[in-house]
Design a protein around this ligand. Structure first.
Ligand code: HEM
Length: 235
């Protein structure tokens, strides 16, 4: 909800920054647990992946400990992401305006060209692509991970199946790390975004500039269920 940053009883002065709530505390805790587990998985996974990175196992108490801990962090990532998925999948459904936004990607990447873009809801097409790619990759990572989790599932799979799973697991992990880099880069590149996930709030200016339809819907209290109008140039 859009509010002015004041304590109860304070007078609202002209020039007080308008702040807009974007994430609840629960959503932020869920996000940061998921984020921390992906970082720990990447480090422990890389440590086990190549002998030149084996020294990283020192961070987890040595090789055998890393081998034991890595899959469990994977379980945390999986359930953490399930939480995010349940919270956000609806808002990441593809709409016709997302195609228009993508077709105008040059305007997205050029500074001060936002006015050529359609009005964006809570998430833009780039964020939606990251969301659905991560969803798919995490399913592939957990399923292939189970096949190579010898401690518990060793007897259930053949050597051939495990070989294929190792390849699939490593490939999905590399792609997931690339998608994660894109996600973090975009969060830093679009100034004012990080506070959405740290404090749960953004400025009104940020919302107007980058997610105008979402802001309008918040102000009018009428979320648009489906997007049938195609491109709506920002005014
Ligand atoms: C560790 C570094 C990370 C940083 C700095 C970061 C930062 C952020 C920020 C600032 C937002 C808010 C964007 C907005 O509201 O417009 C966000 C949203 C989100 N992040 Fe992250 N994130 C990180 C890692 C991750 C990881 C590892 C995942 C998943 C595996 C993830 C999944 C999400 C999801 C699902 C959203 C909601 C946006 C959507 O549904 O498209 N994040 N992140």
């Amino acid at each position: 909800m859009a509010t002015r940053e004041t304590a109860p009883g304070d007078q609202v002065h002209r020039g007080d920054p308008v702040v807009v709530d974007r994430y609840t505390t629960g959503a932020r805790i869920n996000h940061w647990i998921t984020a921390a587990s992906l970082v720990l998985l990447a480090i422990s996974g890389l440590a086990l992946f190549h002998p030149s990175l084996y020294w990283l196992t020192g961070l987890f108490g040595g090789g055998p400990n890393t081998r034991t801990i890595h899959p469990w962090i994977g379980v945390v990532l999986f359930f953490g992401f399930c939480g995010l998925f349940l919270r956000f999948w609806r808002l990441n459904l593809w709409e016709r305006t997302d195609n228009v936004w993508l077709a105008k990607i040059r305007d997205v990447l050029s500074p001060n060209h936002e006015e050529n873009l359609p009005e964006v809801g809570k998430y833009n097409a780039g964020q939606k692509i990251v969301f659905w790619s991560m969803s798919l990759l995490i399913i592939v990572l957990i399923s292939s991970g189970v096949v190579i989790w010898d401690q518990y599932f060793g007897p259930y799979f053949t050597v051939e199946q495990k070989r294929i799973a190792v390849l699939v697991h490593a490939t999905a992990a590399v792609i997931a790390i690339c998608v994660w880099i894109v996600h973090v880069y975009a969060a830093i590149w679009v100034r004012g975004t990080i506070s959405a996930m740290t404090r749960g709030r953004v400025t009104g200016g940020w919302a107007w500039r980058h997610h105008r339809r979402w802001l309008r819907e918040l102000v009018t209290g009428e979320p648009r269920k489906t997007d049938t109008t195609g491109a709506t140039p920002a005014r």
